[in-house]
Ligand binder design. Sequence first.
Ligand SMILES: *[C@@H]1O[C@H](CO)[C@@H](O)[C@H](O)[C@H]1NC(C)=O
Ligand SMILES: *[C@@H]1O[C@H](CO)[C@@H](O)[C@H](O)[C@H]1NC(C)=O
Ligand SMILES: *[C@@H]1O[C@H](CO)[C@@H](O)[C@H](O)[C@H]1NC(C)=O
Ligand SMILES: *[C@@H]1O[C@H](CO)[C@@H](O)[C@H](O)[C@H]1NC(C)=O
Ligand SMILES: *[C@@H]1O[C@H](CO)[C@@H](O)[C@H](O)[C@H]1NC(C)=O
Ligand SMILES: *[C@@H]1O[C@H](CO)[C@@H](O)[C@H](O)[C@H]1NC(C)=O
Ligand SMILES: *[C@@H]1O[C@H](CO)[C@@H](O)[C@H](O)[C@H]1NC(C)=O
Ligand SMILES: *[C@@H]1O[C@H](CO)[C@@H](O)[C@H](O)[C@H]1NC(C)=O
Ligand SMILES: *[C@@H]1O[C@H](CO)[C@@H](O)[C@H](O)[C@H]1NC(C)=O
Length: 823
Amino acid sequence: MEFSCFYMSNIIYATFLLFFDAFAFAEDSIGPFQSIRDGTTLVSKEGTFEFGFFSPGNSKNRYAGIWYKNIPVQNVVWVANRCNPINDSSGLLTTNSTGNLVLLHQNKSVVWYTSLSKQVKKPIVRLLDSGNLVLKDEEDGNSEAYLWQSFDYPSDKFLAGMKLGWDLKKGLSRRVSAWRNWDDPCPGDFSWGVEFDALNQSIPEFYVRNGGKKFLRAGPWNGVRLSGVSELKPNQFVNYQFVDNEDEVYYTFNLKSNSVIAIFVLNQTTSTRQRLTWIAEEKSWNLQFSDPKDHCDNYGLCGGNGNCVIGDNPVCHCLKGFKPKSEEKWNLTNWSGGCVRNTPLDCKDKKSDGFMKFVGLKLPDTTYARLNKSMNLKECRAKCLSNCSCMAYASSNVRDGSGCLMWFGDLMDIRQVSTEEQALYVRMPASELGKSGHMVRAVIVVACIGSISVVLLLGYFVYRRNSKATSEETERSLVTRTNERHEEDLELPLFDLPTIVTATDRFSFKNKLGEGGFGPVYRGMLEGGQEIAVKRLSLSSGQGIDEFKTEVKLIVNLQHRNLVKLLGCCIQGEEKLLVYEYMHNKSLDSFIFDKNQAKLLDWPKRFQIICGVARGLLYLHQDSRLRIIHRDLKASNVLLDNEMNPKISDFGLARTFGGDGDDSEGKTRRVIGTYGYMAPEYVYNGQFSIKSDVFSFGILVLEIVSGKRSTSFFLQKEGLTLTAHAWTLMQEGRAIELLDSHLRDSHHDLQEVLRCIHVGLLCVQQRTSDRPSMSSVVVMLSSDSHVLPYPNRPGYFMETESPQLFPESSRVSTITISGPVAR
Ligand SMILES: *[C@@H]1O[C@H](CO)[C@@H](O)[C@H](O)[C@H]1NC(C)=O
Ligand SMILES: *[C@@H]1O[C@H](CO)[C@@H](O)[C@H](O)[C@H]1NC(C)=O
Ligand SMILES: *[C@@H]1O[C@H](CO)[C@@H](O)[C@H](O)[C@H]1NC(C)=O
Ligand SMILES: *[C@@H]1O[C@H](CO)[C@@H](O)[C@H](O)[C@H]1NC(C)=O
Ligand SMILES: *[C@@H]1O[C@H](CO)[C@@H](O)[C@H](O)[C@H]1NC(C)=O
Ligand SMILES: *[C@@H]1O[C@H](CO)[C@@H](O)[C@H](O)[C@H]1NC(C)=O
Ligand SMILES: *[C@@H]1O[C@H](CO)[C@@H](O)[C@H](O)[C@H]1NC(C)=O
Ligand SMILES: *[C@@H]1O[C@H](CO)[C@@H](O)[C@H](O)[C@H]1NC(C)=O
Ligand SMILES: *[C@@H]1O[C@H](CO)[C@@H](O)[C@H](O)[C@H]1NC(C)=O
């Protein structure tokens, strides 16, 4: 992507800053009988990490721990005395005569210690640049043989190079556990680790537990990644690895570049597991993802043999061939009872049972599943069939389809995951199989722009950079425009008035396509058969001939497949006409807001339209020779060609309307646009910028997703506007409910829908500086793994805050800013 070089250099620069003060002299290790007391620290060689004493949050207690030296916030990665704080500054870490690390309080009481199995002659303690505090014997040449390491005893953070899981030889289980709260690093209820049952040949799985209860489950490792967790795919800057052999079973990751810092955190306060990336430039952690991300991530929400489908109402379904155990409870949205078979298995005659294939599911909990890596799928099926209590099977390795996983008992914690390709075969009596050879199949992801290789982080940089650059960018764009306004001859085909009159059959009523903001639009056909749309500017529009020409010139220079093409114009006497290419499918509003037409626009088409409009707008804002603020983006200004490709129309026209000299300051006394789409700062203060277009775009996205007009929508009881409704749903984790009811029945990529809603909400944020630029929007729409910032409160939250609700077609052309808006 084109931003790469520029932003890469930024990353490198940021890294340089990060390590800049690493040259301070500091020790990275202590030898025998040396110590670190409160007030002194160890600093790793490159200066990345520091070990010392600290007080967390508002606490006065002292803890010994490790933190990122150059990160000022949420930087503690490991704590020694998690539950044994020291109440003064007398803490001291040293090695005692047996070579153990001991943390002493007032020189005598041992607050924390290591338990080595053997005597160490010459203990040396070193803080590594990975964040690992290691203890080894200097007499022992083998540099990697640590007698003890902090990485074996994680706190709430999982760092690159750590192993989450088991050292089977030592019987060591490494689990991450959340802090109780911000002031207390003692382990809280949340912990995260790898669980399996070696004796029963179960397959290792990752669980987050809340107290004793399973809370989150990633799905078993399928040879490539964790089943059902798209975020844990390898990505541009993190490599994940899973190791499963006789000695060790663990999960680890490393960073592909030194300039990126990425960590996992388990946070009790928010009850989430998060992946954060440090952005040095912004001095903040960027949330890359956080789970549970929706209802369906709640462990076992739908009970045994239930399937959780996010976006459906209710979210829980029974697997095919099953029915709710208690329909009454199920109807009351208590799904914990799960589902039972419609027809019992016929175990007497084994031949009569078979299997139904399901694709697109997160594999069920494997606690009671058996694994045999040496069987193939055919053997697996035979084996499962031969044992009446075997409920389902699947191959354990998607890479080559090898291995056999067999489930016994109810199938727990299944959810629909559109990206999951692995098949699950569920045992069914012959009678169920006869009904239909149904297969649950998920929709494949369609990316917005060609390259899916957009780096998460890079996307983020683009986003942040742009949000900063906003005001500057806007100013530049306005200056550019003003300078371009010098006299030049029009290079646009001029049409004769008689030609147009003939083409439109004398502007006949039957050829009238509609009423645009500035006058009627007619369909016409030129002599060669080319179809055109003619916009006739009404005489009262007050637009001067020169400005009209300049504006036409500006438009004719714009070439983009998502902008409607201006073919020419006609200026004769009082008549001012613009001739455009004709769009067979008319405008977007005629589809999305119409009960019958709405069905014709399925989700993939709608997504294509959203992406197309985004690209068109990006072109206007950034890529075209002239920078243009559209100021009147709305559904009726998005035209659709034969293939439903969106074309923005009416562009730029609004800008010169009325010829207001104040434009260069990004402020106008004439507020022109359409209520429901105009950004609050524009409506109330006449301030416009590319960010007011972004606002309109956000409204458009929410309309396309919901099929509801922003101008006529508000929830009766709460008085919420469309933006507020969408935002509230998102906060409650029910954003998918915004989706147009016409689209509910068909299968589509729900993550894509959610992403669009999320992006839409980012665009309609109240504060202009919070809104992303269109280049970020295009990146965000295209990347299915990019984690988006959480949107702040949108503009027009309550009905009472928004201007009086006008029907969408009534464009308001002039408002003086001195008084309150909207009469
Ligand atoms: C700190 O704790 C010790 C016991 O560990 C106790 O004797 C001492 O009084 C405490 N000091 C303060 C200031 O609370
Ligand atoms: C060193 O510390 C360990 C752990 O506290 C303890 O078991 C051991 O007895 C200590 N050795 C001596 C000589 O104090
Ligand atoms: C700890 O011991 C050192 C030297 O052994 C001594 O200087 C210091 O005063 C002692 N501190 C306390 C709190 O007893
Ligand atoms: C947990 O997350 C909250 C909200 O992001 C944050 O304020 C808090 O500091 C986090 N807690 C810890 C222990 O990091
Ligand atoms: C093995 O699994 C069975 C149930 O399938 C369970 O009853 C048994 O306790 C498990 N064995 C071990 C050692 O956990
Ligand atoms: C549950 O809801 C379904 C559909 O609404 C209805 O047909 C059924 O009678 C209800 N069952 C019970 C037990 O309420
Ligand atoms: C749901 O039903 C189960 C019994 O099947 C019961 O234990 C549980 O309390 C119910 N949950 C709620 C929220 O009512
Ligand atoms: C795994 O399957 C192979 C081939 O069917 C069989 O020989 C072997 O005994 C099985 N292993 C276990 C532990 O069941
Ligand atoms: C079926 O599998 C279960 C669980 O592995 C086992 O306990 C049982 O003995 C098996 N039954 C037969 C008939 O093989």
